[in-house]
Design a protein around this ligand. Structure first.
Ligand code: ADP
Ligand code: ADP
Ligand code: MG
Length: 681
């Protein structure tokens, strides 16, 4: 076995490879870009070498520097992860030339599978079933059009060198073919430096089912069962599971053997995935009728490999390292067992409600459910970031992978939903809420799977608000008062005014306090009253539409929720993160953001128009800090009001002159009472 390897990647996959290497007693070398000096994968390795600037072409794709780093640090082998250089035969060859082991297949196998068109020609010879199509070398547009007409619409035009869901065009009718071809070729040339395309019959309502294969250098090859990756957006995977729901054992074996035949046909060594597109000619309820066709082979470790680990109990990176070091496969086909069910969700920085546009930003909150990393367990999270880290525009938008396992699919689904609820991310737009909607959608829950699932279920997937306005306001009010009480308690512990330790309850009568919240486009008032019996009464909204009821809250430390709130006969649990006036609420039902409008800060806004400065809540005038006739500057403190045992300063909304003081210190004032009159500057 190796004693030191270099990991030519970043993010979660670099951390994941480092974890297995560490477990096996192998030392690790990280490479990183200038943007990644503080990244987790650097800390996860024993040594690290900077290989250049932020853009991948200046760092993670600079293979001569990476090979130089391996040499300089005495690494014996290079693990490429996925993406970047993982499917680059030139890099694999350069490693070999430098006397380094490339932890992956031989360059010839990468080359054979690198172009979709050529790999299809090879698979045809190996007897692996193909989607009806054209994958010839002749790229004359008239010939391509004639082929599409022969295949019959709809067809898919694919960039032969494509990957990552890019360079594909669906063509529904002959009239649309020429434009689609031109635009596909343009994208192919731009993204992959190669305009060649192939044409395939577009399989209707297909499932994406792929087979994990492994081969060693001694002629052994096995399949580690299948993964169903049918839930996709923009031809990219969103949820992946193993085994494929409803998979007949006989079909599993046929697909497994076809995948092994594909690997053998190219002299494959190491981990690989053979992707099949699967037709369901008799619908979801007849999986025995499914027909599979070779789509492509990914000659590397796949993003979704953890679901295979979860159902086989194996560490695929360990297998990769053993095979690369020349050992035989640890297990034979007959020794491999499939147990339980696993699902992976890709947690991405993106905006599902805006065409899944990638997002960037700082993970100001990043809290995870109880989980383990890089190991078979009920809840596993593989990530390469932590709270406070930034999702930069230079790399992938994947924040983390959440993998759950259960004895059955139902159990795995329930765990996934729960784990998603407890994954709290603030600061970067993300797909967590969207994933929960997908998991709960009828199609996914009942395993009616195909690649159009997201489009079909769009009515329940997009623009849903899982938290009601009343719940949000009740939780926000409870949160505000608990944090104020805590602050007051801390202040009194430090020897400040002991009155501040009280939360506003007064024995001699009722007090109330006004709130205002920004909820989407609406501003919603709320009023909380402390009653003589010590209970609290909350009114949310105004007039007919108002909801009123008793409000109570308590600590709810169990299950990861901080606060238990009951209002108007309903109960919620929630964890709240405040960012200034914006409150991010996470509940078992889902998350929401609500803005608490600071009435004190905005009290002057209305005053500025009419020259009135009013009390934002009932209270006692403690002091006036100005006199009639004084010239004041915007923001200058004018008066101090005591309400709910807290002092509040009222500031000038604009430059001006104090015209008149309407109360004296010590006076009780009602909510909305005018305190002083301000004239223009
Ligand atoms: P997988 O096939 O492993 O399920 P993806 O298809 O999403 O996952 O690709 C894995 C990673 O490799 C992603 O980070 C993707 O951006 C990257 N990737 C895939 N194909 C290419 C390519 N041709 N060029 C550059 N990056 C790619
Ligand atoms: P990539 O290299 O980008 O992963 P693939 O050839 O693997 O490209 O295709 C990506 C996805 O596009 C598949 O998972 C599937 O959803 C869809 N797809 C590909 N080929 C077909 C086809 N012939 N018919 C219907 N959908 C297809
Ligand atoms: Mg693919």
């Amino acid at each position: 076995m190796f004693h030191k390897i270099l990991i030519a990647n970043r993010g979660e996959i670099a951390c994941r490879v480092a974890a297995t290497a560490r477990r096996l007693g192998i030392r690790t070398v990280a490479v990183y870009s200038e943007a990644d000096a503080q990244a987790r994968h650097v800390a996860a390795c024993d040594e690290a070498v900077c290989v250049g600037g932020a853009a991948p072409k200046d760092s993670y794709l600079r293979w001569e520097r990476i090979i130089e780093a391996a040499r300089a640090t005495g690494a014996q082998a290079i693990h490429p992860g996925y993406g970047f250089l993982s499917e680059n035969e030139g890099f694999a060859q350069a490693c070999a030339d430098a006397g380094l082991v490339f932890i992956g297949p031989p360059p010839s196998a990468i080359a054979a599978m690198g172009l979709k068109a050529e790999s299809k020609r090879l698979m045809e010879t190996a007897g692996v079933p193909l989607v009806p199509g054209y994958h010839g070398a002749d790229q004359d547009p008239r010939l391509l059009k004639a082929e599409a007409d022969r295949i019959g619409y709809p067809v898919l035009i694919k960039a032969s060198a494509g990957g990552g869901g890019k360079g594909m065009r669906l063509v529904e009718a002959p009239e649309a073919f020429d434009d689609a071809l031109a635009s596909c070729q343009r994208e192919a040339l731009n993204s992959f430096g190669d305009a060649a395309v192939l044409i395939e019959k577009y399989v209707q309502r297909p499932r994406h089912i792929e087979i994990q294969v492994f081969a060693d250098a001694h002629g052994n090859a096995v399949y580690l069962f299948e993964r169903d990756c049918s839930v996709q957006r923009r031809h990219q995977k969103v949820l992946e599971e193993a085994p494929a729901p409803g998979m007949p054992p006989e079909l599993r074996e046929r697909m497994g053997l076809a995948a092994v035949a594909a690997a053998r046909a190219v002299g494959y060594v190491g981990a690989g995935t053979v992707e099949f597109i699967v037709e369901q000619p008799q619908g979801y309820d007849h999986p025995e009728a499914m027909r599979f066709y070779f789509m492509e082979m990914n000659t590397r470790l796949q993003v979704e490999h953890p679901v295979t680990e979860a159902i086989t109990g194996l560490d695929l990176v360990e297998w990769q390292l053993r095979v690369a070091a020349g050992e035989p496969l640890p297990l034979a086909q007959r020794d491999l067992r499939l147990q339980g069910h696993a699902i992976e969700a890709r947690i991405c920085a993106e905006n599902p409600d805006n065409q899944f546009l990638p997002a960037t930003g700082r993970l100001s909150v990043y809290r995870k459910p109880a989980c383990s990393a890089f190991a078979v367990s009920d809840v596993r999270i593989d990530d390469g970031v932590g709270e406070g880290d930034t999702i930069s525009p230079h790399y992938d938008s994947m924040i983390a992978k959440l993998i759950v396992r259960g004895d059955t699919r139902e159990q795995a689904l329930a765990r996934l939903d729960q784990a998603l609820a407890q994954l709290h991310i603030v600061g970067v737009a993300n797909n967590v809420a969207f994933l929960r909607h997908v998991v709960r959608s009828p199609s996914f829950a009942q395993a009616r799977l195909d690649t159009a699932l997201i489009a079909r279920e769009s009515a329940v997937l997009f623009g849903q608000q899982p938290v009601s306005l009343t719940a949000a306001v009740a939780i926000a009010v409870a949160h505000t008062l608990t944090t104020e009480a805590q602050a007051a308690q801390e202040a009194s512990a430090e020897g400040h005014d002991p009155w501040r330790a009280r939360d506003g309850f007064a024995s001699h009568g009722e007090r109330s306090r006004r709130f205002a919240f920004q909820w989407g486009e609406d501003t919603v008032p709320a009023r909380l009253t402390w009653r003589r019996d010590g209970s609290r009464w909350l009114v949310v909204g105004e007039g007919e539409a108002a909801t009123a009821g008793a409000l109570a809250w308590r600590d709810a430390p169990g299950g990861g929720w901080a606060l238990g709130v009951s209002f108007a006969g309903e109960d919620w649990r929630a964890t709240v993160y405040a960012q200034g006036e914006r409150l991010h609420l996470f509940t078992p039902q889902g998350s929401a953001a609500i803005v608490e409008v600071d009435l004190l800060a905005h009290a002057g806004d209305a005053a500025a128009e009419g020259g009135r400065l009013t009390a934002p809540m009932p209270g006692k005038v403690v002091a006036f800090l100005v006199q009639a006739g004084d010239a004041v500057k915007k923001g200058q403190p004018l008066a101090v009001l005591e309400a709910m045992k807290m002092e509040h300063t009222i500031a000038a909304p604009a430059d001006g002159t104090v015209a008149e003081l309407l109360y004296a210190p010590g006076d009780q004032v009602a909510d909305g009472a005018e305190l002083l009159r301000l004239g223009g500057a």
